[in-house]
Design a protein around this ligand. Structure first.
Ligand SMILES: [Zn+2]
Length: 440
């Protein structure tokens, strides 16, 4: 009976849906047009093109083809990571004063950098939601009670969302949760007020196989050991999967982000995290996050009392305070004769990356910038005479695909090109070297 009722309830909706379908299609088509060129001459070529494909006509100077995405693919996000908030800093590697922290939160506001939530970042990366062109995310690691007592009120004052990365044995009452640890009740209070709570393992240790770890035996006796093989895999299940389930069950939440302790990971660690349903993995290797940044190694800037420059440098990385939302013209990679070409697969993890910008027209001196996924901004060479920008990769690229973003200013307008190529090094197997990830 319930079922029939439900069907009936749906019928009028279905009719309405069919009625508005043609309207929706028409709207869609007109939106397509809007997405396309700024140059009216090439409008007709693209009006019916369902995807913002690059039209292979030769480009005359200063008329780059615009393929404006639904979400702003040129937006950039910087992610900060904090630990403890204390008036008197004794451990400058993991502490900061509340005053310094608040000054930084204020500076983000003053510079026009929008603090967004982690889930907004993920939605943007999935192409579901737009974010402001210059955004920041605030994360607190390890679950200290000063995050609840000191930092949260400051975040409330500014109306900023934030994310807590919790290792479950470090919560008060856990085998590693001392007097300074946050409690489950405090976490529940944060959850009720919209704070995002995410995973940071069970016992906060180096997750790579064969590294020395500390295990807590029954009776709370701790021993240092190195696990390999099946024992290691079992331990990993608890660290990566068990801790996620505990957070989800204890707090009734969905956990889809994973901060790797100390930023130490390798391909196997990534694989286990991916298989456990984590959508994004975070390290402490700070770099601006772009639309094409790989989701399994998102860098965060760890801001501590002994590294005051980290915050300033990060803020500068996403541009000067120009009021943000200036239009960016997207130019097709084909028009720039990129090397490697878009979609090409190369046989070396040390490729020469090259593009010819002469199709863009006059380029403003010093405005050319190249970003490479996994590396961030690279010191590329730009030759104004030939219009060629090039960079020889000097540090092996670890991912199987590499995205390049080139940006430049032409006639006061920002122009960008994005492309992606594959890397298949002969027989090397694509295993990331563990030593390549810097420690926290
Ligand atoms: Zn941590």
């Amino acid at each position: 009976m319930f079922y029939a009722g439900a069907l009936n309830a749906f019928t009028p909706f279905m009719i309405i849906r069919f009625a508005i379908l043609p309207l929706f299609l028409a709207l869609n088509l007109s939106m397509c047009k809007k997405q396309e060129n700024i140059s009216p001459s090439s409008q007709q070529a693209s009006a019916l093109s369902p995807t913002p494909a690059v039209v292979a006509t030769p480009v005359t100077a200063a008329s780059p083809k615009i393929t404006k995405p639904v979400v702003d693919q040129t937006a950039q996000v910087i992610i900060f990571c904090y630990h403890r908030f204390v008036d008197k800093v004794r451990y400058p590697g993991t502490e900061i004063t509340p005053a310094a922290f608040e000054a930084q939160m204020k500076e983000l506001k003053d510079r026009g950098i929008t603090v967004i939530s982690m889930q907004d970042l993920l939605a943007w990366k999935r192409g579901e939601k737009n974010i402001p062109p210059r955004s920041a995310i605030i994360t607190f690691d390890d679950g200290w009670k000063s995050q609840y007592e000191v930092a949260w009120p400051i975040m409330k004052k500014y109306g900023y969302p934030f994310t807590m990365f919790i290792y479950t044995e470090g919560v008060r009452g856990g085998s590693l949760g001392g007097g300074e640890a946050i409690t489950w009740e405090q976490l529940a209070d944060m959850r009720d007020n919209g704070v995002d709570i995410e995973g940071h393992t069970a016992t906060h240790q180096d997750l790579r196989e064969g590294h020395t770890i500390m295990v807590v035996n029954p009776g709370a006796k701790r021993t240092r050991t190195k696990l390999t093989g099946e024992q290691y895999e079992q331990w990993m299940q608890n660290e990566v999967v068990g801790s996620k389930q505990l957070l989800e069950q204890r707090l009734g939440i969905k956990v889809n982000c994973f901060a790797v302790p100390f930023g130490n990971y390798n391909e196997h660690v990534k694989e286990i995290a991916r298989n456990s349903g984590y959508e994004a993995m975070f390290t402490v290797y700070g770099q601006p996050i772009t639309f094409t940044s790989p989701m399994d190694s998102i860098g965060r800037y760890a801001v501590e009392a002994n590294k005051p420059k980290v915050f300033e440098d990060a803020v500068k990385m996403i541009g000067t305070s120009s009021g943000g939302a200036s239009a960016v013209a997207e130019i097709g990679a084909k028009d720039l004769s990129t090397q490697p070409a878009d979609g090409e697969t190369v046989r070396t993890a040390l490729p020469l990356i090259k593009a010819n910008l002469s199709a863009i027209g006059a380029i403003e001196a010093g405005s050319v910038q190249m970003r490479v996924s996994g590396l961030g901004v690279v010191p590329a060479n730009y030759d104004p005479k030939s219009g060629t920008v090039s960079y020889q990769v000097t540090q092996k690229l670890h991912e199987k695909s590499c995205s390049v973003i080139i940006s430049a200013k032409s006639q006061g307008k920002k122009v960008e090109a994005h492309w992606t190529f594959g890397i298949e090094e002969g027989g090397a197997g694509g295993m990331a070297s563990p030593a390549s990830t810097p420690k926290k």
